[in-house]
Design a protein around this ligand. Sequence first.
Ligand SMILES: NC(=O)c1ccc[n+]([C@@H]2O[C@H](COP(=O)([O-])OP(=O)(O)OC[C@H]3O[C@@H](n4cnc5c(N)ncnc54)[C@H](O)[C@@H]3O)[C@@H](O)[C@H]2O)c1
Length: 131
Amino acid sequence: MRVAILGVGRLGAFHAKVLSETKDVDELRVYDADAARAKEVAGPLKAKAAASVDEALQGVDTAVIVTPTDTHALLIKKCLDARIATFCEKPIAISTIGVRDRASFNGAGATTVDMAASGELARKWAMARDG
Ligand SMILES: NC(=O)c1ccc[n+]([C@@H]2O[C@H](COP(=O)([O-])OP(=O)(O)OC[C@H]3O[C@@H](n4cnc5c(N)ncnc54)[C@H](O)[C@@H]3O)[C@@H](O)[C@H]2O)c1
């Protein structure tokens, strides 16, 4: 499975470490708005630091969004438009308008979007992998 992580701050770095140790993950890419941070996290994990969101998402099976909350809705939409199964850290948005937008994401196509806290990672990853 090829996985892209968008945002590798405090929690994103944790996701990256867990995913780098997951046997079904063959390729791990990380993107962060702070390019130095992306390289810092990617290096020890032997992941690839992508230069842009588009480069990170190109050809991946799954995306993990761990950016600040106000960016979640836009990034979820981008992933689902590309038919990428998507996992996003909670919360989905900072307003009810943003949350309502999620309803339209679910009609976007034959893919999945999931929201979870880090403690549920193993179960959620199995669901993402198996559909
Ligand atoms: N830290 C936690 O324990 C925790 C728990 C549950 C949920 N969350 C949620 O996870 C998300 C991230 O939290 P955090 O504590 O890791 O934040 P953080 O500020 O430590 O990390 C966010 C990272 O995203 C990067 N970033 C900002 N805009 C970006 C963009 N457009 N594209 C790519 N990268 C971008 C930043 O440079 C930073 O490295 C938030 O929505 C938060 O509510 C955090």
